[in-house]
Design a protein around this ligand. Structure first.
Ligand code: NDP
Length: 247
């Protein structure tokens, strides 16, 4: 793929009239992606577990003059099949289709050797980072199929491509994410499925992983948005099964 995030110039109305769902939209990269998509014309469905954070992003989008977003509160650690279907049904009723899905929500768990990693924490991390995006995507596929140029994006990581000591369930969940993306991309016609690897980005998750790091040395979430716009917009039409680096 010849995409160069440093030289990508997205059109101002790149996402005009598109309906895009973002998970983990209340904070970090997801909040920035939601605001950026709205600035480029998308109606964004803000999905996350903390209503107040989602409402703050909603307010920011409205005060930016963007299309009025929607909010769906769901905790992926606890949600059951019906909860996912409820979101799909609500989107069907309000919009009738879905143009884009950014599976962004994720948790770090903690850094520890696998030899000592708690099985309960392993299950939680694998569930939130891998199983939940799969179940959500499965529930939303009928709505994505109704769109003209649908795009599904999963969020990977450098440790999802090469294992690294101490990254435990997080690393393994991101390897799974790459496999999920590749398998879906191979199965689905007319629907592109890709991964995005944000790279080191200044968020709460990065702070938790590297508490002693100087945050001013990191890219901000806003800095990495070109790759998100590219994958959710029409310029990546025909690109599928790829894992893109933002940095
Ligand atoms: P943050 O911790 O800043 O944000 C994560 C988001 O996911 C939050 O909005 C959080 O909600 C939401 N979330 C977490 N658990 C759940 C849950 N059980 N149900 C619903 N929502 C949940 O992380 P980042 O913005 O840094 O990360 C975003 C994505 O990018 C993740 O998939 C991460 O693995 C990936 N990534 C990040 C990198 C980085 O350097 N920052 C590098 C590589 C990959 P709430 O705010 O309510 O807790």
């Amino acid at each position: 793929m010849t995409f160069d995030p440093n030289n990508y110039k997205p059109a101002a109305d790149l996402l005009k009239d598109r309906i895009i769902l973002v998970t983990g939209a209340g904070d970090g990269i997801g909040a920035e992606a939601a605001r950026t998509f709205a600035r480029h014309g998308a109606t964004v469905i803000l999905v996350g577990r903390t209503q107040k954070k989602l409402e703050a992003v909603y307010d920011a989008i409205v005060s930016d003059g963007g299309p009025e977003p929607s909010i769906a509160v769901i905790d992926f650690a606890k949600a059951q099949g019906d909860d996912y279907q409820t979101i799909a049904d609500a989107i069907d009723q309000e919009f009738g289709h879905l143009d884009g899905l950014l599976n962004n929500a994720g948790i770090l768990g903690y850094l520890a050797p696998l030899e000592h990693y708690e099985v309960q924490k392993w299950l939680e991390v694998m569930h939130v980072n891998l199983t939940a995006p799969y179940v959500l995507t499965q529930a939303l596929l009928p709505l994505l199929r109704k769109a003209e140029d649908p795009s599904i994006v999963f969020t990977s990581s450098g440790v999802g491509r090469k294992g690294r000591a101490l990254w435990g369930a997080y690393a393994v969940s991101k390897f799974g994410t790459e496999g999920l993306m590749q398998t879906l991309a191979d199965e689905l016609d007319g629907l592109r499925v890709n991964c995005i690897n944000p790279g080191k980005t200044r968020t709460a998750m990065r702070r938790a992983a590297y508490p002693a790091e100087d945050p001013s040395t990191l890219k901000s979430a806003a800095d990495i948005m070109p790759s998100y716009l590219y994958l959710l917009g029409p310029d990546s039409n025909g690109v599928s099964g790829q894992s893109l680096d933002c940095q």
